[in-house]
Design a protein around this ligand. Structure first.
Ligand SMILES: NC(=O)c1ccc[n+]([C@@H]2O[C@H](COP(=O)([O-])OP(=O)(O)OC[C@H]3O[C@@H](n4cnc5c(N)ncnc54)[C@H](OP(=O)(O)O)[C@@H]3O)[C@@H](O)[C@H]2O)c1
Length: 237
């Protein structure tokens, strides 16, 4: 028996490294998938790596456009009727000057990419979960949320805010059958990280499928008692 047969899973950042790995893991367990990312072609390429016969639909949307996000969530609802799991994976990294030399644009870039995108998505999708009286929300923070690092303040602050947003959501939704948790990956073993840090010991980095496994656990019936958690997934990094 597949663990997510008859479940619909909504994944943002679905064309990226972790989004693709998470989609593969949920597809293997029988889930229907709503795959969301910015670029239509990249999304289609991600869809093409999944089995042809599954119920997997792509929804190209800029998560920074609240009107587009509302329309996309309505299109997802029309297609699948209900949602069971929301995996908010879209986000990214940047580093730059010291705080006193950081521009508004550099600050806003990280806050938008990691926090506003998540806020826009949660605001649009939570009413769909409330209708069914159940659901799982998984957000992606980062180890850097726990301890500020020089030249990474906008990134660290945006990922720290993902933890507090997760906690607030979990308080608001815990009596509605909806759990809300976040994971804190360490350095993930991705092609981009390997290119940026060729001399690092890649064997200690956390593999994509190991993070996807944690997302599946938090989405499963076994994790029904877990909400408001921020779970480190560092591997040996
Ligand atoms: N990689 C790491 O070592 C690491 C460590 C800790 C935490 N994380 C977090 O883990 C998550 C996944 O990381 P990853 O390595 O899989 O990143 P990734 O490969 O860059 O994937 C992120 C995806 O999100 C998409 N996206 C960005 N902004 C968007 C928007 N406004 N609307 C729709 N889609 C948008 C990106 O599209 P574009 O490429 O077109 O912008 C990309 O396809 C992120 O939240 C990241 O911060 C990563």
């Amino acid at each position: 028996m597949q663990a997510f047969a008859d479940k619909t899973v909504f994944i943002t950042g679905a064309a990226g490294n972790l989004g693709r790995a998470t989609a593969v893991a949920f597809a293997r367990e029988g889930a229907r998938l709503a795959l969301v990312d910015k670029d239509q072609q990249a999304l289609q390429a991600a869809r093409d790596t999944l089995p042809k016969d599954g119920q997997f639909e792509i929804f190209a949307t800029d998560l920074l456009d609240p009107t587009a996000v509302s329309a996309m969530v309505e299109a997802v609802r029309q297609r699948f009727q209900r949602l069971d799991v929301i995996a908010n994976i879209a986000g990214g990294f940047d580093m730059g000057p010291a705080v006193h030399e950081t521009t508004d644009a550099q600050w806003d870039f990280m806050m938008d990419l990691n926090l506003r995108s998540l806020f826009n998505c949660c605001r649009a999708v939570i009413p769909v979960l409330l209708e069914s009286g159940s659901g799982r929300i998984l957000n992606v923070s980062a180890r850097a949320a726990k301890h500020g690092v020089g030249h990474m303040a906008p990134y660290c602050a945006s990922k720290a805010a993902v933890i507090t947003l997760t906690e607030s959501l979990s308080e608001e939704l815990k009596h509605q059958g909806i759990t809300v948790n976040c994971i804190l990956p360490g350095t993930i073993d991705t092609p981009q990280n390997r290119a940026a840090m060729p001399d690092a010991n890649h064997a200690t980095w956390v593999p994509l499928d190991a993070i996807a496994d944690v997302i599946l656990f938090l989405s499963s019936a076994a994790a029904r008692g877990v909400t408001g958690a921020a779970i480190p997934v560092y591997g040996r990094s």
